[in-house]
Structures are given as C-alpha cells and as structure tokens.
Design a protein around this ligand. Sequence first.
Ligand SMILES: [Zn+2]
Length: 465
Amino acid sequence: MTTIKLHNTRTRGKEVLDPLNPDDVRLYLCGPTVYDRAHLGNARPVVVFDVLYRLLRHVYGTDHVTYARNFTDVDDKINATALARKEAGAPGSLEELVQERTEETISWYLADMAELGALEPDHMPRATAYIPQMIAMIEDLIAKGHAYADGAGHVLFSVKSYKDYGALSGRSVDDMIAGARVEVADNKRDPMDFVLWKPSTDELPGWDSPWGRGRPGWHIECSAMSHELFGDSFDIHGGGNDLMFPHHENEIAQSCCAHPEGDFARIWLHNEMLQVEGKKMSKSLGNFFTVRDLLDQGYPGEVIRLVFLQTHYRKPMDWTDKKAKEAEATLRKWRALTAGIEPAPIAAAAVIEALSDDLNTAGALAELHKLSSAETAADLLASARILGLLTDELGAWTQDEDHDLSHYENKLFEARHLAMETKNFAEVDRLKSTLLDAGVEVRMSKTGVELVPGPAFDASKLDAI
Ligand SMILES: [Zn+2]
C-alpha cells in the first residue's frame, strides 16, 4: 500500500500516516463562519483538503475515508449582519434574519466550493445542531476542574489547568499573552482563559443552559462536533495557520481535558496564507476578492484550482493574473488533448508518489506536464483527476469554445464603412463598447475587423447588439 507522509505541526516534522482504523480514515477541517461570501484565502484550505481527501480515497478506498467540515452558524458577526438588515427595515425577527443569513451564506459557500471542484465532505455539521453536546462537554470540563462559571452567564476555560497548552504552536503561555490581544476581563481568573459559554440577549439566538440562556464560544463547537462524529481520537485535523492560535490550541485544551484517554487529533495540517499580486489581501488595498468575484470576472473555477495547486500548501501562495492566464492555457491544452478519451484505469505512479510526499502538488503537476502528449493522454486524464482537475464537472468552461464572431465582425465593418461617409461614429462606438463589455478584444485595421474573445468573454452580453 502507498505510504502517505504528512507534515505534522504538532511534532514539526513529516510523519507516516498510520490511520487508527484503515477502514475509516477520519479528517476534520475547520469550516467557515457563515456571515458572508468566502474570500479567496478561505478557499485555500478547502482545495488543499480536497486533494488530501481524494488521495486518501484513492489509497484506502472511497468508502474508507470520512471527512467532516463544520459550519459556524452562531457568531457575533452573523448577528451583526442580521442586525444591520433589521435596521435597514428588513421584515422578520432578529432570530429569523440570522437564520436567513446563515442559510443563504451556506448555499453560496457550497456553490462556490463546488465550482472549484471541491467534493462535499461526508459530514457538514452546523454548530447550532450540536448545542446539547457542547453543554455536556462544558459541564464535564467544569466537573473535572478545567472550567468555571462566573455566575453571570459566562463559563471560562482555565488555561493554567492544562499543562500542555501552547504545545501545538510551540509557544509559551507568556509569549502568547505578549503577542496576542488577550482580553482582560474581571470575570477571568487568568488573562489567557477563554470563553466556552456566554449569555445571549432575548432577541439574539440563545439556548437554555445550566448557566442561563446563552450561546457557545467558537472553540468549543469543533471539540464537541468532532467528538460526536469521530470519538476521542481521529487521524487528521487541519485549517489555515491563522487558526493555530488560539483556535486550535483551545480545541486541543478542551478535547484533551474532557477526554484525557484519547489523542484528539493525531496529525495537524496547516496551510500557509494567500496573497494577491505579492500583497496581503485586504479591503483597504482594493485587492480583496471573494471566490465569486473571480468567477464573475470570468476566471473558471478549474483555473483558480490549478493556480492554487501550483504552490505547496505550506508555502505562502501568491494569486496573480499572470499565473491565472498560464493555468488557463495549460488547462485548454490538456482538455483538448484528452477530449473524447477514456481515462487510464489507474493514475500514474509518479503523481501518487508526489502527492503522498506531504501533498507535493507542484511535483504532481510537473508529472502531469510530462504526460502532456497524445500518446499518454489517457494517463494524463486519470492522473489529473486525482488532483480534481480535468473532471467532467469542471469542464463546462471549455465546451462552448468555438465562438463564431464573424457576424459581429461584418456588422462592425459595415458600420465603420457607413460612418466614414456620414462622419457619425455613434453606432461604431456603441458596437465597440458592447463588444468590449462582453470581453471581446476588437482589432480594427484598414482591411477589416478581427474580434478575439478574451478570458472574461461572455457571449450573453452580445445580445445587446
Ligand atoms: Zn475548528
């Protein structure tokens, strides 16, 4: 059987994956807080984990891998967006508006991730469906001396009660206090202590608990849901490296204190962050993209996926327009080569080998380039599909390719001919601007007109002509 090695943040080295149960390899990825569209950086762990999921299914069998990714559907940011809607005059109670916001965001998220070729996980637990399990875990932590209620509706985790706190990120508690914006509050016995439960107002979502009507803190949900789905120990836990502290440290503290007989997650996988054209993505720099923004700008999901996979997950990845253009050219070539061809029965060994070495996607892509010829097209197809590329689901963007624009070329040529006589170029300008708006490059010379569809070409916009 193929040996898979993964870099384990916990031990700071590559380790052989030795599943607790090879008949059921279990992985958990921290999912989105559903208050808005996923931005490009949010999509990176999803694509990384999708490749891991596909590789594990390839090695252990499709029915022997269980992948869970949660939805955080109770959160202050969700409440804030619902409140803004209510203040803008939206009908319904605040709780209904919260519900509406989470439902719409979840449907956007699933549609956007599907466009990037990400398979849906086997479990997509929503935090609000696991409140009793969270309350039970908090009660257990209090009983074991790891948490305390402040008598005013809050329950806090006592960080000093867990001696290994900080081991994942390799920082001492003192360093973490110095580096993080630790909220000092009167109800905390120690500044590092974090919230497990907090009170809710009557209008906001809330649940009855031994500490009054309230809602859970963020960290407890992943501990409670992964335990409900996977038990005391499972194989792989992941997320962006921005989640390592405090979120993952807190998850470990909660889970290991509540279930000291288990390991919680054995391998921790963290992906590096994403930049855009060499800069940190931020709203103030104007380079902040949601996945949907890029799809709407005409970048096919498969192109976005290929750009992501060109960089190893543990390295910062830079999204650039140049990379997207190159990825598009590569995919056009591969799709043309494999059109109408049946995939080979198995993927190329070199591709599996590269992926098994800590998800070396760049190495796997280099192998695909070597297979990029007519003689090996069937191998190219089978191997690319392990990376979630050249799948039928993602192929629509190259299908309606042969756009015959000669009708529009003639129309523009005649309009220009007429304008030369009348000296009225209004119609020519109108045609040109409609074509440009549809993503068509207009090349005009004395002898004729040539129209070239660009990457953002949208044939439906030509209807205006
Ligand atoms: Zn989590």
